[in-house]
Design a protein around this ligand. Structure first.
Ligand SMILES: Nc1ncnc2c1ncn2[C@@H]1O[C@H](COP(=O)(O)OP(=O)(O)OP(=O)(O)O)[C@@H](O)[C@H]1O
Ligand SMILES: [Mg+2]
Length: 256
């Protein structure tokens, strides 16, 4: 894989002295968040969503982020995935300093380093499951045959090999979310960012999709950050952070 230009890479990555660090000796830090602030100017003044957020995520962690609606969880996830910019502060992902990326480099980062899953699958309903999964590979210039081969492999990984030629719009909600998981991971990212990935599913299907996320996290050595309102699912993660009143608080999975 080509690397990003040297100007975009943290010359001297922070050694991980941040808050909430888990298992530092065994697992190197993959994501470093430093002094992050996000504010919006609204018609009614300034809305400070969070300020001074600093935390690390170790390679291989499965981190849950919980918190009230409107706390800023999605905004934080978007910043971690270079889909949004902070008002100030820094994020390093695999030593890549996100603030220093040009828009072209950011697009490349999004395509290669991170897989995204949303509450709503955002599949293209008229396209087949395989075509939907192949799209991120086509977007980065891979041949159609290679992209479709990879897509078929990933549909097998999410146990939907037999649905490859079905139109996405004809699949059930749980199946659509599994296709979107395959689309997120077909590019081979290190990081999975999931924003309420089971939020639109019934409880049984939520369990099935979460089982799959857990299994893919393990087998593909992912570092996963999962925003969820579902504390039962959050408890299955290795660490839980609660975003509340602009601050992150670590809560142990057992105590929550
Ligand atoms: N562009 C914007 N301009 C002004 N305010 C915004 C903007 N985008 C988001 N907000 C506000 O920021 C706050 C946090 O939004 P965010 O979507 O991050 O919350 P959330 O924790 O993900 O909530 P939910 O659990 O409901 O998904 C909300 O109050 C929202 O209205
Ligand atoms: Mg949200």
């Amino acid at each position: 894989m080509e690397s990003l230009s040297p100007a975009s890479v943290a010359p001297n990555p922070i050694s991980g002295a941040g808050l909430n660090r888990a298992e530092p000796a065994e697992h190197p830090i993959l994501i470093q968040v430093r002094d992050l602030r996000k504010e919006y100017s609204t018609g009614r003044g300034r809305l400070v969503l969070f300020d001074g957020l600093s935390f690390d995520v170790a390679e291989g962690e499965m981190l849950a982020i919980v918190g009230e609606s409107g706390a800023g969880k999605s905004t934080l996830l978007h910043i971690l995935g270079a889909l949004d910019s902070p008002s100030s502060g820094d994020v390093y992902c695999a030593s890549i300093h996100l603030r220093k990326l040009t828009s072209r480099e950011a697009a490349r980062f999004r395509n290669r380093e991170v897989g995204y899953v949303w509450q709503f699958h955002y599949l293209l309903p008229e396209f087949t499951a395989a075509e939907n999964v192949a799209m991120p590979l086509l977007a980065r210039g891979e041949s159609k045959s290679n992209a479709l081969n990879q897509a078929a492999k990933w549909l097998n990984n999410v146990e939907l090999g037999d649905r490859a030629e079905h139109r996405a719009g004809e699949l059930s909600g749980g199946e659509q979310q599994r296709v979107s998981l395959a689309r997120a991971l077909v590019t081979g990212p290190k990081v999975l960012l999931a924003d309420e990935p089971t939020g639109d599913l019934d409880s049984r299907t939520s369990g099935v999709v979460f089982d799959l996320i857990e299994r893919l996290h393990e087998t593909h050595h992912l570092t996963s950050i999962i925003v969820t309102h579902n504390m039962t699912l959050a408890q299955r993660c290795s660490r839980i952070l609660r975003l509340e009143k602009g601050r992150l608080q670590e809560i142990s999975p057992q105590a929550s």
